[in-house]
Design a protein around this ligand. Structure first.
Ligand code: IPE
Ligand code: IPE
Ligand code: MG
Length: 264
């Protein structure tokens, strides 16, 4: 089936783990983005439109997160970064912050067996200070349990801020200079890249944002410096694997030049 002719609205796909192979679009293997980042936005508006609480919107996002991970696995994506809680999200009400912390902790705990079964290697990007210790503890348990999995790396970006990440890299480099481990005469791009939170993860190829907002809100400024952007008007609880495949289809038709000129 040619991908262009898939009618997304008529496909009844089971939520998890895997779809009927005949409905998975056959993307050219070398064209699938290796690393996708998703700004999962719009939970509050989704709930508000239904007369529900913001908390209900976050709850509605949970199965969608896992449907999206399953869709990424099916499409052959190797790294998936999920913007879960930003360094700016502490500005929200104490009730919402408390809910988001507890909910993140519980999801990682409840879903680790499922992720392990799917071959997911759980990763974390973010800052330790302020982040709940119980969230860090669950992340560490999940990272340890899944460290040999290699189907997909799912990076939960929790208490993540791109400027914080670059500032932390600069501080780590400054410390090494101070300790005489490296010379401070020449700071290279690769030196900065080596001091990011997960230096082994390749640059981000595609950043997707749901909810219609067209900004990146401090998400992966270094790693996604040359990423393609895909803005979806769907609110995150309405997203999922079929929508992800549509975003990937947009991506495979892009012409990435990296400042050069592609031969026609
Ligand atoms: C995204 O949805 C979830 C987080 C930022 C934690 P929002 O909570 O930002 O939903 P909107 O943007 O208010 O609709
Ligand atoms: C970005 O969404 C952060 C996450 C999805 C975790 P926000 O809703 O916090 O971003 P702004 O406030 O619209 O920029
Ligand atoms: Mg938002």
């Amino acid at each position: 089936m040619a991908f262009e002719h898939v009618d997304y609205t008529s496909l009844d796909v089971p939520a998890a783990p895997f779809s009927d192979p005949s409905i998975i679009p056959a993307f050219p293997k070398n064209k699938v983005p290796r690393h996708i980042g998703i700004i999962m936005d719009g939970n509050g508006r989704w709930a508000q439109r239904r007369g529900l609480t913001r908390t209900n919107g976050h709850q509605a996002a949970e199965p969608v997160v896992f449907d999206t991970i399953a869709g990424a696995i099916e499409a052959g994506v190797r790294y998936l970064s999920l913007y879960t809680f930003s360094t700016e999200n502490w500005k929200r009400s104490p009730q919402e912050v408390r809910f988001l912390m507890g909910f993140s902790r519980d999801i990682i705990h409840r879903r680790v067996a499922q992720m392990d079964e799917w071959g997911v290697r759980v990763r974390w990007s973010g800052r330790r200070p302020k982040l709940w210790k119980s969230v860090i503890d669950e992340l560490e348990v999940a990272m340890e349990r899944t460290k040999y999995n290699s189907t997909i790396d799912v990076v939960f970006c929790i208490n993540y801020g791109g400027r914080a990440e670059i500032a932390d890299a600069a501080a780590a480099i400054a410390k090494k200079v101070r300790d005489g481990k490296i010379s401070g005469d020449r700071v290279t791009e690769s030196m900065v890249a080596e001091h990011l939170y997960n230096p082994d993860i390749p640059d981000c190829d595609l950043v997707i944002r749901t909810s219609g907002e067209q900004r990146t809100s401090n998400f992966l400024p270094w790693e996604a410096a040359y990423a393609e952007l895909d803005f979806s008007s769907q609110l995150f609880p309405d997203y999922g694997r079929k929508a992800l495949w549509r975003s990937i289809d947009h991506y495979v038709h892009r012409d990435r030049r990296f400042g050069g000129v592609n031969a026609k």
